[in-house]
Design a protein around this ligand. Sequence first.
Ligand code: HEC
Length: 199
Amino acid sequence: MSKKIIIMLQIGMVVFISISQFNCSGKEEKKDLSKEEMIALGKYIVTTSGCDDCHTPKIFTEFGPVFDTTRRFSGFPQGEKLPAYDVKYAAPGNWYSAEKNLTAWVGPWGISYASNLTPDNATGIGTLTEEMFIKCIREGKYMGVGRPLLPPMPWQVYGQKTDQDLKAMYAYFHSLEPIKNQVPQPTPPDKMMEILAGK
Ligand code: HEC
């Protein structure tokens, strides 16, 4: 083998080793975080992943909607009336609409209402185990075991987070003050009319 080829091979090895090490460290999960560190990590992930956009009711200011932090993550406000809407627009291929808090969504699937993610046992995710929470986000199932989650919950995106990220998010949600707010079950398309008639 010529000297040139050997040098090329050596360079190749160095590049290969650095790439493989980079990949490893990129995927490596941080181990043994304390409970407080998990909660802090979860807070960071949840705050930077847009969960507030749909799960936190809004206050209206002259500059547009802002999150109502007194009701953070409590989901579609119980008893909130939806504005009148012509259901003919909720056909497959058409646009979909949201109510003013961006917590209820009308589309060909009917009406979906963003869930209460605070740890209230009766109305939130208080009784959800960590395993159920992970299944819920990974497989898009209500409570991790039930019916398929409806749009626009982007579980297909969040489901790609690491186990540790999802566990941290769970730890964070469970560290919040529970808020009692009963979010309705989805309205099927054939029942939308009565709710959206605006009466
Ligand atoms: C674009 C709007 C939207 C965003 C953004 C969003 N969600 Fe959702 N989410 C929903 C809706 C709507 C539902 C209710 C779906 C249903 O009832 O089928 C839901 C349901 C859920 C549920 C199911 C609760 C249960 O009891 O099974 C969980 C958990 C959840 N979301 C967590 C999150 C988390 C965590 C984030 C941020 C990382 C997030 N969501 C971001 C709209 C959204």
